[in-house]
Design a protein around this ligand. Sequence first.
Ligand SMILES: Cc1ncc(COP(=O)(O)O)c(C=O)c1O
Length: 394
Amino acid sequence: MVDFRRINDLPPYVFAEIDQLKLHARRAGKDVIDMGFGNPDIPSPDIAVEKLIEAARNPRNHRYSASKGIPKLRQAISSLYLRRFGVELDSEREVVTTMGAKEGLSHLMWVLSGPGDSVLVPSPSYPIHIYAPVFAGADVRQVPLGPMANPDEFFGDLMEAWESTWPRPKVVVLSFPHNPTTTCVDITWMTKLVNFAKEHDVVLVHDFAYADVAFDGYSPPSILQVPGAKDVSVELYSMTKSFSMAGWRVAFLVGNAAIVQALTKLKSYLDYGTFQPIQIASIVAMNEAPDYPKLVNETYQSRRDVLCERLCKIGWQVSKPKGTMFVWAPIPEPYVEMGALEFAKFLVSEAEVATSPGVGFGPGGNGFVRFALIENEQRIAQATRNLKKVLTRL
Ligand SMILES: Cc1ncc(COP(=O)(O)O)c(C=O)c1O
């Protein structure tokens, strides 16, 4: 038998258990309302789809492309950062295109960390935040975000974790608005962190996947808005949620030039770039549909309102998130002892509503399930009616 490397210590993917039950129920003819996986259902901008078709017809675009992204694509993200965040980026040195934030983060960890290094990551977290440094051979120290996910408490815990870890962590992975807890921070919080990183020579990696998914007037800060942040920080911006272009696999690493160039170099050995028509269509999306993220966001906001208001009405108390496309719902008291996995299994089997068990995001998530806002309002309303029927102890 082959002695495999790197995958042996991966825990069983708990989301797979829910998927299995979902499949089973669907095969039995049940109409499962799927709010498990954060896979956007909103179409990508028409203008990008049209451009993709046109560009795909041109044989010149069938060749290998540029691993770091074609110049106009990198210029388009520089313009977006200037327009959206007032942040200037040199598209030659401070931007590299990645095949989604997930790929970008994974390979970034190869150049930032390795055996003997330690990396601080919040827990619970989007799984690749924990496993990217693990794959790179680094030690991961998980810092609890806590049940209330209070950013100030988390900041204190992060400092404490840094102080008590040896060798001192070289890298901190962050992501706000945060998946799955929906925690949001402001620019003052980011500034404190950047100051800490500068003082202690720590690299900050900010996954900004939910840059544009925010509600009630809240505008998530880019870490690069903090003066001097580029000295110590890089940020991942993705087309996935902002432009609802999940399957296209286009994201960017931006910020500190040395770090961006290190990833650019590694990627030049690993890939030949995203299919060029996709890059061309992404340029069009950013330049010609700059307000698309607002439309996407309005859809998530009304779904959030329907879900949260109706859950509260049936006696399941949840708070409305300020950002992300998720609702992080504490398991109601009478069901707490089931734990997240059993509770999520119960919801999919009995109520035909799929959620993600919080424990899949790390041990800190065990008291929660996560709803992804990827069903329309009618189906969300139906989901809450189904839940009302089965959650008889509420
Ligand atoms: C925090 C976070 N980062 C990254 C991603 C994936 O982004 P991409 O599609 O750009 O790889 C997700 C998707 O759910 C996410 O929640």
